[in-house]
Ligand binder design. Sequence first.
Ligand SMILES: Nc1ncnc2c1ncn2[C@@H]1O[C@H](COP(=O)(O)OP(=O)(O)OP(=O)(O)O)[C@@H](O)[C@H]1O
Length: 809
Amino acid sequence: MADDGLLMNFALGDDLLGVKSVFKGGRWKDRLQAKKSLQRRKKGNNSGSKALTGSNAVPTKPKEVVDDQVPRPAKKQRLNGTTFMSNKTSTKPKEVVSSLFTYNPSSKVPASTQTQSEQVPAPEPSNAPLPASASPFTSLGLSPFLSTHLTQNLSLCAPTAIQKAAITQLLREDSDAFIQAETGSGKTLAYLLPILQRILTLSNPSLESSPTGGDKARKLDRSSGLFALILAPTRELTHQISSVLTRLLRPLPWLVAGTVTGGSTKNHEKSRIRKGINILIATPGRLADHLEHTEALDMSSVRWLVLDEGDRLMELGFEEEIKDIVKRLEEAQGKKRPGRVNIVGLPERRTTVLCSATMKMGVQKLGEISLKDAVHIKADAPTPQSTATPQGVEERQQQKEKAFLAPAQLKQSYTVVPPKQRLVTLAALLKRTFARKGSVMKAIVFLSCADSVDFHFEIFTRKEAQPPEETSSSRQNTQSNDMSSNAEIQDPSLLRESSNRAKSTKQKPDLSTIAPAPTLASPSNPDLKLYRLHGSLEQKIRTATLQSFTRSTDPSILLCTDVASRGLDLPNIDLVIEYDPPFSSDDHLHRVGRTARAGKEGQACCFLMPGPEEGYISILRDCAGEGFVKGEKAEDVLRKGFTSSISKDNNKNDTTSAGRWDDIATEYQLSIERWIIADTRASDMAKKAFISHVRAYATHVVKERRIFDVKALHLGHLAKAFALRERPGGMGRGGPSGSHEGSNGRRGQGGEKTMRRRSGDSGEGDGKSSQRADIVDMHDGQEDAARKMRAKMKEQAIAGGGAGEFNIG
Ligand SMILES: Nc1ncnc2c1ncn2[C@@H]1O[C@H](COP(=O)(O)OP(=O)(O)OP(=O)(O)O)[C@@H](O)[C@H]1O
């Protein structure tokens, strides 16, 4: 391995010293040869890295790129692959500039394993609707009225497998049910349709034979009573279920649905409850609050209770609230309110439906609390078609019995990226993805914490950075599009308002949630937009951002935390990138499940680092079942991301541009580093993001901590991924400014006590020993932090906020 420092010293050569080489003595042939060799060396230095880099070789230039602000070194000292630039007068190291391409750990995964699944034909979609001819909606017992509405107005021709199973069962019997199916398989309609059908039958039992007949159903109206209650863990999910239900209810205006969630005005909700709601969708915290304080909320006629995303409800600590709600439902059931009319056909007993993609301990416990003699409803394996062998389908069915799997048609990949190259590799992947118009329209990038989302949003949307290849016309387009993006938002003042407020506080960065991404856009996709979403944003901003992302017809990227990983049905997501690996394999399946929905195609890519993290590849494979999992080398991602943009944009062929990708990657990284150095706000954001990220890293589920081992992190290298030239100090004392405020490590934010070292040598210096001690302490502090988090979540839920109140991100 070439030594950076030595190369630099050689390269400084005579020119720097102003000495002209004169060759004397010896044979004239030798003098000529020496002269030529010196000229060649000078030429090589001037023409950048071309002569030194090859497509397969580790790039050797630019090895060290010293920021303009850093004085030329007189002497260098190398420590563990990091070069300290010092000047003669000072004994303290002044600045750290580490090359992207040297001293990186390498992947241990053999290349053959990485490409193993490429040859296997893509399996049939596992969550697609069934063939319309074989299973029309009417065959399930739904009324022709409802079936016609589904096919003609909602363009749903046939049910999915889980819908077929659930609708048939829930229309046939009043038993409780546990619906388990993979992501994007249509679970929402699987419980909404039979409930709606049953309510319609209440209002008019003869409705089934009347294709047009809704008139007689006017016997029921909003004041007839609350019949169904749907509980969901987050506000976003609650609103999403409500919008699906609103579409179903469009031809039935006399039936009314409503939502109660944290973050909304309680008085407004109360007045809607007073007017009457037939189907209520709620977060448990806010519902518990209304049950306590809103007298008009009468639960005596509730006959259907749905617990959607059961595992998440339990993870977020809603057990007590749900117990309380179930108890109140039981108490209310026999009671009659004065003035309430008798509903003909109202079932004697309440049916409870628990929905989950997973069957974890928490879900089982929730089942014990809420279900009695429940039927377990699962989707049948799809009928084998041309490319899927019957054996494959059988295998998948067997695997499904055991585990929760990703949709079979989802194309998954992973890339093993050294920590220093993470940021540029993400940029390269996004650049490549959006290099061609129309290939990918929407992508989601998952990060571990809110601070990191904010920081990366700022990096890619910062105004001062214009990529060298960008034309002025594309810049104009991007700017005008910024305006149109705001116009799309229902209440654009919300975004500006928040942005202005942010300006006035020091803790919050001055950011909107939607902006053009000039550093990722290409001439073919100049309108590329970036969105950000996490739990620390105001609810109104979150809702407006999601709506805008959903409606956007421009190529768009959403940077988000796990707040967007569960249940959200964002249309037409082509690619999911897990830039920060998921905190559990379930989280992974929910994240990647935002694409490849209802039989559509989708791609997902997980970033891993060399070392223990490579152990996650086998988990990715297990989660994929017989699906597609392929590895891609980080170097290939970088080359494609940075080469393709040059060759296309500058109209150069690949031969001339080949080999320049590493220069461009380095320049890309350095431009961010220079920005961080020049802008204290950016530098604070970077440090905060780094610290929150490391804290979040320490909260992977216990059984996966051997893979995501915080003690194995090289913090110095990882800092480079946050454009920092060294890891921030004060890791053990609550952040760069000594304060915890605003640091959003995902779980257990590692309170001051847990972060502080217990031994006497805490805090000082950035040496390895203190770094390690901080990490050990973070690890030890997890249980404490988790306990604190549970307490905080509970507080929030009781205050009526529901899960969304807590910064899931
Ligand atoms: N029968 C159907 N035909 C075509 N598309 C459907 C059908 N049923 C549902 N969909 C579509 O499938 C998508 C996923 O539905 P839904 O959100 O209910 O899935 P889910 O199983 O709840 O997913 P998750 O587990 O991620 O929450 C939605 O866009 C929905 O409109």
